[in-house]
Design a protein around this ligand. Structure first.
Ligand SMILES: C[S@@+](CC[C@H](N)C(=O)[O-])C[C@H]1O[C@@H](n2cnc3c(N)ncnc32)[C@H](O)[C@@H]1O
Length: 318
């Protein structure tokens, strides 16, 4: 029992290192995920908590628009030294006493691509109600970390079948975020918005592929617009808004996309430094999973788009 716990632990560390390496080399590919977030961010600086921060991707690109940034993650070692994050708290984001730990009230909490990890330890050996209760308790605790009138902004992979309903057009608010705008590069053209892109299903990618091929068991529970709204309401938030956005990833070529996915999700037990080194069979499996669940498109100015879709929510504490 102890041996298997240790093995899981070291696999988690290896997975985290590979994740960090993927983000360092090609994290920029995910920049579209940030656009729907800025709609909810006040350009008046203030404080932000990067909740379940990973390598600090959110803070890296949006950090300069806040005066103070703190981060919480169960593994803060992945945050680079030059991040805008001034305080790192290494703990479980769902722990009971999280508000006592930070002793700070934030203007904004942002949590990107992480909420699906919040579930009882016994999951999947627990009921749906237990997952709901656990998540409501966690969101309530997060609410205590927000000042009155402040916001929680959540973005995560959605449950299957959620149709993008938020505009992909660049938000007029982008002008308030000039550094982000400068780094955006190419935007997906309108011709990408077809039934094929609507069919992009990251939750299937997780459940059908990552769950079986990752070096750590990847279990996640994904929400719909309605279920997430209800969780936020039960946790005491008001002014709740949700939307689903198609936010594709941009790569120079399919090789870069395959290498990124191989490391970001810890696919395969061994890590390879380039796609050329990955065994052909594994390359084909990753490529097949991309086309089956995410799809790919040539980008107008070179490179490729890989489909990705996230559910966004903002909710006020007052
Ligand atoms: C997919 S990563 C996303 C990181 C980052 N927000 C991003 O968008 O790049 C999920 C992160 O959640 C963290 N995590 C998972 N479960 C957690 C928990 N219960 N408490 C704190 N952090 C957790 C992981 O360590 C990981 O860094």
């Amino acid at each position: 029992m102890r041996e298997s716990t240790q093995t899981n632990h070291s696999h988690q560390e290896i997975r985290a290192k590979r994740y960090a390496q993927a983000m360092k080399a090609s994290g920029h590919s995910r920049i579209m995920e940030l656009l729907p977030l800025i709609v909810h961010i006040s350009a008046e600086k203030g404080s932000m908590l990067d909740m379940m921060s990973g390598t600090g991707f959110v803070s890296q690109y949006l950090g300069r628009y806040f005066d103070t940034i703190h981060a919480i993650d169960k593994m803060t070692g992945m945050i680079p030294e030059d991040s805008h994050i001034s305080r790192k708290l290494e703990c479980d984001a769902s722990r009971e006493d999280i508000a006592d730990l930070t002793c700070f009230k934030y203007d904004t909490i942002i949590s990107l691509a992480s909420f699906h990890h919040i579930h009882p330890q016994a999951f999947p050996l627990c009921t749906e109600e237990q997952v709901v209760d656990y998540r409501v308790a966690c969101l309530s605790k997060w609410r205590e970390l927000i000042r009155d009138g402040g916001y929680l902004v959540l973005a995560d992979v959605s449950a299957p079948g959620q149709i993008p309903n938020g505009s992909i057009q660049i938000t007029p608010k982008i002008s308030a975020f000039p550094d982000l705008e400068a780094q955006l590069g190419e935007l997906p053209s309108a011709s990408l918005f077809t039934p094929k892109s609507i069919g992009t299903e990251p939750s299937h990618f997780f459940d059908e592929f990552v769950a079986h091929k990752s070096i750590t068991p990847h279990v996640g529970v994904f929400e719909t617009e309605l279920s997430l709204s209800l969780l936020l309401k039960k946790a005491g938030y008001t002014n709740i808004k949700t939307s689903v956005h198609f936010v594709p990833w941009h790569f120079q070529n399919m090789d870069e996309a395959i290498w990124f996915i191989h490391n970001l999700f810890g696919i395969g037990t061994k890590q390879y430094e380039s796609t050329a080194e990955i065994p052909q069979e594994l390359v084909e499996q990753i490529h097949h999973a991309i086309e089956a669940h995410l799809c790919s498109w040539p980008a107008g100015k070179g490179g490729i788009w890989i489909g990705w879709k996230l559910l966004y929510a903002s909710a006020e504490k007052n």
